[in-house]
Design a binder for this molecule. Structure first.
Ligand code: GDP
Length: 342
């Protein structure tokens, strides 16, 4: 085009987001800059990644001052209704609330929970709220890493309550549990013995079991369910952090039980800080983030190399054809990587 029309002017390319500029915007609480920063962190381009790492390092001293809350429960239990009501309540109490999500299916399909614009409409419009859908693409580990980075940046932007939502059906709960201070499980009163498909392991991770859709406070079904859950929790071994998870009820629709839920979180925070478990847990989580990232980053970088991919494809084919033992093929691949890296 340029050569045909001498008057054609190329539209100036949007400059690559720069870490210093983004940090300035984030520290000033600029939501649009925060959004751009998160997009930068989600980018797989090597130049973006480098800038993102610089930004994260600079943001680190400004992060950490929040309570990080994981929220899970089966689809339909009322997570998004609850988050909207709870978020509004927290903001009315003077907090700034960020809502992030980890959707295991987004790692496979590129779709994501919270992607639907009709969810949390009111909260989205609130200037003290920041809502971000689950990063999509890549492995669950990759999605988790980006969400952890988002937490740090939201904290640097002054959000003091971070809600991380996930669907209560699989391994993403463990991932979320490993990045939050407090893990909340939403349940229904009409549970039944099988606990509505919620695995016992997920229940064991809960710091609070909250029965949603308890629209009438004296509903005998709610009372019975509360008793059942309390007994179920009692059967688990005591937590190392000495916290005894309460069972409460709420109605996200009628906006009741929200204050009591927050009060439990505050009590948890006070108790854990006093006993030293709060910092201990964060430090443990930072270490596991480091450990998890090593493999993830090595693979990401290696996979970007054509040379590796040729070797990888050849080995993959040989494994599929039964020509080489899978473990041996993996070893050969690892040796090849090491040969070129060190
Ligand atoms: P999610 O899939 O867990 O995010 O669930 P949603 O928030 O989308 O809620 C699923 C349905 O339950 C919606 O029709 C909500 O209006 C309804 N719902 C959520 N909370 C309550 C509640 O406290 N009481 C009642 N009666 N319905 C609720």
């Amino acid at each position: 085009m340029d050569s045909i029309n001498p008057n054609f002017k190329r539209r100036p390319q949007r400059p690559l987001s720069n870490a210093d500029d983004l940090l300035k915007g984030i520290l000033a609480g600029n939501r649009s800059k925060l959004g751009q920063a998160l997009t930068l962190c989600e980018s797989k381009l090597a130049t973006h990644r480098k800038e993102a790492e610089k930004l994260l390092q600079m943001a680190l001293p400004h992060s950490g001052n929040s309570v990080r809350i994981g929220i899970t429960g089966v689809p339909g239990v009322g997570k998004s209704t609850f988050i909207e009501a709870f978020g509004e309540y927290l903001i009315s109490q003077g907090n700034k609330v960020a809502v992030l999500a980890i959707d295991p299916s987004s790692a496979k399909t590129g779709g994501s929970i919270l992607g639907d614009k009709t969810r949390m409409e009111l909260l989205t419009q609130n200037e003290n709220a920041f809502i971000r859908p689950s990063p999509s693409g890549g492995s669950l580990g990759g999605v988790a890493r980006r969400t952890r980075e988002s937490i740090l940046l939201c904290e640097a932007a002054g959000y003091n309550v971070i809600l991380v939502e996930t669907v209560g059906v699989g391994q993403s709960e463990t991932t979320v549990k490993n990045m939050v201070d407090f893990f909340m499980l939403l349940m229904l009163a009409s549970a039944g013995d099988e606990l509505q498909g919620i695995k016992r392991g997920i229940m064991e991770m809960a710091d609070l079991v909250l029965i949603n859709k308890a629209d009438s406070p004296d509903d005998p079904q709610v009372k019975m369910a509360m008793g059942d859950y309390k007994r179920a929790l009692h059967l688990f071994p005591a937590n190392d952090n000495e916290w005894i998870p309460p069972v409460q009820a709420c109605s996200a629709l009628n906006k009741t039980g929200l204050e009591a839920a927050w009060s439990s979180i505050e009590q948890f925070q006070n108790q854990q800080k006093l006993k030293g478990y709060w910092a201990q847990n964060r430090s443990k989580q930072a270490l596991s983030w480091f450990e998890d990232s090593i493999g993830e980053i090595i693979l990401e970088q290696v996979r970007a190399s054509d040379k590796f991919n040729t070797f990888y494809q050849a080995k993959k084919e040989a494994v599929a054809q039964g020509e080489i033992e899978p473990g041996l093929a993996a070893h050969a691949l690892a040796n090849e990587i090491l040969k070129h890296s060190f």
